[in-house]
Design a protein around this ligand. Structure first.
Ligand code: PNS
Length: 183
């Protein structure tokens, strides 16, 4: 039987528990799921493409049929290149619907054979978005339970220069001790 390959496109800046919830649901119904990060030089993301890719690879390493990739240009062209027949998107509330419907119908016009599949994340993530996570973290609010621990740690490092400096020092020390050099 033909394998059903789906892509799960997005910005993932940063990945949230809502995204992971959807990855888990998608991995159960598709043979192969490709989490596809948009390479968009116009946007000014908090996390670089490489950082997002590493985080997502780490967070999805437990799923055998999930892999992470990046793409640019039209999503439908990327989907065709992979022989994907489905696009996975999450719908949280009614407010998502209009934008998602517009996008799904435009994608259908561009590539009629590509089916958009909407899934709902667990209720506790229905208000969660990467934008809100970035904002709350930036202003010092608690984001535990909303993003995986790894992402929480990376956000803290990114937004707190003191932690960044401390980490850089620890890395430098360990490099020096490996090469036998002392400060
Ligand atoms: O997580 P996001 O930012 O809501 O994801 C939006 C994304 C990446 C799925 C959408 O912007 C996209 O597919 N961009 C690629 C360019 C494209 O195909 N545009 C036409 C969409 S109808």
């Amino acid at each position: 039987m033909k394998k059903v390959i789906a892509i799960y496109p997005g910005s993932f800046d940063p990945p949230t528990n809502g995204h992971l919830d959807l990855v888990e649901r998608g991995s159960r119904i598709f043979d192969e799921l490709v989490v596809a990060i948009l390479r968009n030089p116009e946007k000014d993301p908090l996390f670089s493409l490489g950082e997002r890719r590493h985080m997502l690879e780490d967070l999805t390493s437990g799923f055998k049929n999930v892999r992470v990739d990046t793409f640019d240009g039209l999503m439908v062209d990327y989907a065709a290149k992979l022989n994907a027949t489905a696009v996975l998107r999450g719908i949280r509330a009614l407010s998502d619907y209009e934008y998602e419907l517009q996008m799904a119908l435009m994608n259908r016009k561009l590539l009629p054979d590509l089916e958009t599949v909407f899934m709902m994340p667990a209720e506790q993530y229905s208000y969660l978005s990467s934008r809100l996570v970035r904002e709350v973290a930036r202003l010092g609010g608690a984001i535990d339970g909303l993003v995986p621990e790894l992402v929480e740690q990376r956000l803290r490092e990114k937004l707190d220069p003191a932690i960044k400096l401390q980490n850089a020092r620890v890395k430098q020390q360990s490099r020096k001790s490996k090469t036998g050099k002392h400060a």
